[in-house]
Design a protein around this ligand. Structure first.
Ligand SMILES: CC(C)(COP(=O)(O)OP(=O)(O)OC[C@H]1O[C@@H](n2cnc3c(N)ncnc32)[C@H](O)[C@@H]1OP(=O)(O)O)[C@@H](O)C(=O)NCCC(=O)NCCS
Length: 148
């Protein structure tokens, strides 16, 4: 079932909730301090009834950008929250002239890889032992932004 969520820029007062969600989602989570250092990046959250349902942080450098961290509350998955966040981020990146969006993902993260393939990302490389806790290879994926 698709539901409506408000996708908006993060505010400092959201950081605690985002950090709590990040800790639930990842074995090597970013701290609230590290997330806070991204407040001037493209940092969007999805909100429903005052609660953070998902978040996505991307950083651009000219015509290329990278997804730094991204997650959705496990209880709210497969309802379009991740897609809404990614679409909003891609729209904003297109407006500032970004043409390629990159990310890295654990090779075992089949749900995320499926999500990215659905959204037009292709595998473009592999990082050996890129991740810790546990040590694992990373897959690099890339998608065009804007007109082909
Ligand atoms: C990846 C993630 C953000 C997707 O969020 P989401 O809100 O569930 O995504 P959506 O509901 O928009 O899913 C869109 C499509 O992605 C694909 N998809 C999403 N989750 C999937 C899964 N578990 N298995 C297979 N395909 C999946 C499907 O094609 C889905 O469309 P459908 O539900 O109509 O079949 C979420 O699974 C997540 O937070 N994972 C843990 C954190 C993480 O791995 N982050 C990415 C690190 S690189």
């Amino acid at each position: 079932m698709k539901e409506s969520f408000l996708v908006r820029e993060i505010q400092r007062s959201d950081l605690r909730q985002v950090a709590a969600l990040e800790t639930r989602l990842f074995t090597d989570p970013w701290s609230e301090g590290t997330l806070s250092s991204c407040i001037d990046d493209l940092f969007l959250i999805a909100e429903r009834e005052g609660k953070v349902s998902g978040y996505l942080v991307a950083r651009d450098s000219g015509t290329e950008a990278e997804i730094l961290t991204f997650g959705v509350d496990p209880a709210l998955r497969r309802r379009g929250v991740g897609s809404a966040l990614l679409t909003a981020v891609a729209d904003r990146l297109e407006r500032v002239g970004v043409r390629k969006l990159y990310l890295e993902c654990r090779v075992s993260n089949v749900p995320a890889i499926s999500f990215y393939l659905k959204h037009g990302f292709l595998e473009v490389g592999k990082w050996v032992n890129y991740y810790r806790s546990p040590r694992e290879n990373g897959v690099v994926m890339c998608r065009k932004i804007g007109p082909v």
